[in-house]
Design a protein around this ligand. Structure first.
Ligand code: V47
Ligand code: SF4
Length: 371
């Protein structure tokens, strides 16, 4: 059954059950997995919005964060073949790219002296990539932008490089830290459930490996983000068990800064025929992640993925971050069919203030950047 048709099937019994769950949440109790699935299936968007904003205000008041960042995508050539990916190319494909260090240097030089506080590095897993090559990229960015934070690569890239070099995750993370990495992206988490993972990204590292890599980073004092790709073939219970595994690791390490639900976008990939979920699913997912992930401080509505109008709406469902000036420096979403205008800082701020919140420029670690 298509999960989007599960919503609102029986209203009377479920209304009182939803009210009881929300009352327990308001009294400070944690949601169980069963509670969260019930909210996905039966809670109204109005009720979710109200409580998600309450929870958000407890964490970040009226503020909504944004930052000044740009992306570098060293390659779109990838040894994996995720079915949802519109971005990856094979080694022989004429549309594939692999940037050299001088090309990366040229990109970075465009952003020097621009007030950028974060450089976001991510890409495909080129079969010839090596640990030393990736460390060289981080060292180069660190040398050129000594004051910016470097958010370097996804767990999937790290795992490939460390396995290939025959070193442990702890040792690999220590090498990146020494080179100048400050934090990791949350990419590659997709949906942790093994069965769904086998169907959408069969050859990629699994949930245990993703979680172990982030745990190694947290143990080394490196904060990270976590994502979840939703709106494809998963069911609500898969979204909830994904969040449960993140919540458990967060209880242990406290190392996640932000959770970023990523809506599956359907253009130009081999799952295109399933289409995209409606916006109500985006709002529901944001709100329930705000409620369920009570120990992750920030929920990010990533504007290059939602677009401006939906991002404003997302702020009424518990998000307190919209990411940054990234714009046309990432190809992941434009290749999946999302129109991506370049937004100035003023436009980012306006998106937040139009929704009635206070725009706050942050650094990577959510310190407010003073003007
Ligand atoms: O892991 C790929 C997703 C991720 C599609 O850490 C798709 O601050 C939707 O991780 N439709 C990479 N999503 C991007 C990422 C990210 C983005 C923004 C901020 C941060 C952060 C991290 O993009 C992949 C995958 O889950 N993705 N293809 C698609 N067709
Ligand atoms: Fe490769 Fe990442 Fe695309 Fe998967 S999502 S095919 S790992 S670039």
């Amino acid at each position: 059954m298509n999960i989007f048709k599960q919503t609102y099937m029986s209203s009377t019994v479920s209304d009182s059950r939803v009210e009881e769950i929300l009352a327990r949440k308001r009294s400070g109790q944690r949601l169980s997995e069963e509670d969260a699935v019930t909210l996905f299936e039966h809670a109204s968007l109005e009720a979710l919005s109200k409580i998600a904003i309450e929870e958000k205000r407890l964490k970040s008041g009226d503020g909504v964060f944004y930052n000044r960042n740009f992306h570098i995508e060293p390659t779109n050539i990838c040894r994996y073949n995720c079915r949802f990916c519109s971005y990856r190319r094979s080694v022989s494909d004429p549309d594939g790219w692999l940037l050299t260090l001088p090309q990366i240097e040229k990109i970075v030089s465009r952003y020097m002296d621009s007030g950028i506080t974060e450089v976001h590095l991510v890409g495909g897993v080129h079969p010839s990539s090596t640990l030393e090559g990736y460390l060289d990229i981080v060292r180069l960015v660190r040398r050129m932008m000594p004051h910016a934070s470097i958010k370097a690569f996804s767990a999937i890239e790290h795992i490939y490089l460390f396995d290939k070099a025959g070193i442990s995750y702890d040792e690999g993370i220590a090498r990146f830290k020494e080179a100048g990495m400050d934090t990791l992206t949350g990419g590659g988490a997709e949906i942790f459930d093994d069965g769904i993972r086998k169907r959408i990204c069969p050859d990629k590292p699994n949930a245990e490996q993703w979680l172990a890599l982030h745990k190694a980073a947290h143990n080394a004092g490196i904060k990270t983000n976590a994502t979840m790709l939703y709106g494809h073939i998963e069911e609500y219970r898969h979204r909830v068990s994904h969040m449960e595994r993140l919540r458990r690791l967060q209880d242990e390490t406290g190392g996640f800064n932000a959770f970023i639900p990523l809506k599956y976008r359907c253009a130009n990939n081999s799952m295109s025929q399933i289409g995209e979920c409606p916006m109500s699913e985006d709002l529901r997912t944001l709100a329930i992640s705000r409620l369920y992930l009570d120990n992750i401080p920030h929920i990010k509505a990533y504007w290059p993925m939602y677009g401006q109008q939906a991002t404003k709406e997302a702020l009424f469902y518990g998000a307190d971050d919209i990411d940054g000036t990234v714009a046309d420096t990432t190809k992941i979403y434009s290749m999946a069919g999302v129109e991506q205008p370049s937004l100035s800082l003023a436009e980012l701020r306006k998106m937040v203030s139009d929704a009635g919140f206070t725009p706050l420029e942050r650094d990577t670690f959510y310190n407010v950047v003073s003007k």
